[in-house]
Design a protein around this ligand. Sequence first.
Ligand code: SAM
Length: 217
Amino acid sequence: MAGDSAQDGGHFKAAYTLETNEQTREHYSSWAESYDQEVSVENGYAQPERVAHTLAELYAGKSIQILDAGCGSGLSGLALKQAGFSTIDGCDFSPEMLEKSLEKACYRNLFEADLNAGQANIAANHYDVVTCVGVFSFGHVFPDACDDLLRILKPKGHLIIAVNVPYWEQGELTKKIDALENSGNIEVLKKELGEHLPGHDVMGWVITLQKCPETKR
Ligand SMILES: C[S@@+](CC[C@H](N)C(=O)[O-])C[C@H]1O[C@@H](n2cnc3c(N)ncnc32)[C@H](O)[C@@H]1O
């Protein structure tokens, strides 16, 4: 694992110690400029391609509307575009990360949003797919945000969550997903373990959830 300061790669280590929204927003504000280089180029961030592959299996050749929730600098949207998807909105609560996303030119709309606060301005049953790549994590987006992400999904739409193993093993997200499944709101279609950040030996899950047609949300 890299050292402690932002200059020597400490962004990675710090990302696993964040607790509050404020800490997380500051963290990404200072990481935005070097994020793509450190995460993708130097450490082979694998989750965007894994999620894009999952979506291609579900929707190849279909015209769908996607929300890349917590789009960050746009690595996740770029992978979706490269997999053939063209109608992708992105949102994030870090203006600095959103600015980087804009440069990728892969989003239809980009907007600032705190995913822990709900998206009152997005109609229910709006998107075919919501992707959350690397956004459920320590001090990031909390498991209860799933409720609103499911609300804005069309019935039978998919919520695809890519999450690092250390956070998954913390257990809160698993608990939430189990509760949603037990109450008949979602079906868990697939959970796949694979690479998350190979340069740091971090593994991750890609979890495919489907909103039930008779959902209670
Ligand atoms: C590890 S990055 C992942 C970004 C992108 N999806 C990717 O795969 O590269 C996590 C992102 O989640 C965003 N984020 C964290 N908490 C958030 C919240 N409460 N609301 C919206 N975005 C949040 C951060 O600003 C950051 O851009």
